[in-house]
Design a protein around this ligand. Structure first.
Ligand code: SF4
Ligand code: FES
Length: 251
């Protein structure tokens, strides 16, 4: 099939940016979306033009690096997949496809489709960990954990930190991301000692980075490639309120 990509080009933080159209021919339905960008970039390089900057690493839905907005939807039209897992069979011959970076103030554009997601790293640094003594692995049955708890923690731990939830949210909230981290650690016994301080610190850092508040619109979970559910946001708020009730101070 032949398609037209309308791609956001922005040389740096100070550039205002603009959409630029590129025709791409002989696209196979089996190609991934990133492979189409690769093909286009080869052509741009051969003709001496600046290739389109886009982020990627694993190309198998694990690292969370590759997200872009495709036709107005974070990670594109398929649902439940990252941009690198999206295949061109989701499009038709003659389609004009808009490709833009995440739009959120805490994720400034570095170049073209690449945004700076360091704000997420700083939220994790503020509390997304447990403190344990290193050494030999404990015996498997030393700390029994109910299956329902481990399953729920695992579901939340699927979050890959891609940022699609922020890009889709009209408030630019990262509540789904923070909720996933708080839930996956707080569901397990190992996460209990720092549960209160974690909730307060991560909430404080979330707001300090400029992410908006959650008003339960649900756009985040609709675009999440890992199907993180809204209940993690309830857990986030529950843990913050619990910590305040128990009198933990902000770090
Ligand atoms: S909650 Fe989903 S959309 Fe948000 S960062 Fe995690 S994986 Fe990405
Ligand atoms: S490149 Fe790693 S999730 Fe897409």
């Amino acid at each position: 099939m032949n398609i037209t990509l309308r791609v956001w080009r922005q040389s740096g933080k100070k550039d205002k940016g603009r959409m630029v159209s590129y025709d791409v021919e002989d696209v196979s339905g089996d190609m991934s979306f990133l492979e189409v960008l690769d093909v286009l970039n080869e052509r741009l390089t051969l003709t001496g033009e600046d290739p389109i900057a886009f982020d990627h690493d694993c190309r198998e839905g694990i690292c969370g690096a590759c997200g872009v907005v495709i036709n107005g939807v974070a990670h594109g039209p398929q649902g439940g997949v990252t941009t690198c897992q999206l295949h061109m069979r989701s499009f038709a011959d003659g389609d004009v496809i808009d490709v833009e970076p995440w739009r959120a103030e805490p994720f400034p554009v570095i170049k073209d489709l690449i945004v700076d997601r360091d704000a997420f790293d700083r939220i994790i640094q503020s509390g997304g960990y447990i403190s344990v003594s290193t050494g030999a692995a404990p015996d498997a049955h030393a700390m029994p954990i109910p299956k329902t708890d481990s399953d729920h923690a695992f579901d939340a731990a699927m979050c890959i930190g891609c940022g699609a939830c922020v890009a889709a949210c009209p408030n630019g909230s990262a509540a789904l991301f923070v909720g996933a981290k708080i839930t996956h650690l707080g569901d397990l016994p190992q996460g209990q000692p720092e549960r209160d301080s974690r909730a307060l610190s991560m909430s404080h850092q979330h707001d300090a980075e400029g992410f908006g508040g959650c008003t339960q619109i649900g756009e985040c979970t609709a675009v999440c490639p890992k199907d993180i559910q809204l209940d993690v946001i309830s857990r986030f708020h529950e843990d913050v309120l619990g910590a305040l009730w128990r009198g933990e101070g902000l770090r």
